[in-house]
Design a binder for this molecule. Sequence first.
Ligand code: 4NP
Length: 155
Amino acid sequence: MTKVLFVCLGNICRSPTAEIVFRHRVQAAGLSHLVRADSAGTGDYHIGELPDSRAREAALKRGYDMSNLRARQVQPEDFEEFHHILAMDRTNLAILKRRCPPAYSHKLGLFMDYSRNYSEREVPDPYFGGPGGFDIVLDMVEDATLGLLAKLRNE
Ligand code: 4NP
């Protein structure tokens, strides 16, 4: 079993979107028994909350139902449990690097490093922007998911 953790700041916009999209692709590929996904935030502002309603709406339009997800914060045990811990931006990657025991630092990376069609290495935070930002997040996440899945198939 390979376990992937997606990480953003609040765990209500970008990382739960990555979790649901990646899980859908894993299921479609028939790999659910081999690959597990979860998401968490570096911050504690939204613990226990549903994903942002704008994120849920944009995702549902593409067939992703996020209504079962609840925000949680990254825990010390996550660094041991997960094999790939992928941040949505450099700020959250830097926070993870500070909290991660050195023995597990090789697990940390940027999710967008798996993207094939975007040169951007960060998924922009849509929280303070308009609804269009959530579609950009979905576009970028769908693209990086394909690259990540291809890498995991090779493992
Ligand atoms: P996320 O978006 O990190 O993609 O979940 C944000 C959610 C909440 C806040 C910032 C970003 N906030 O400042 O509360």
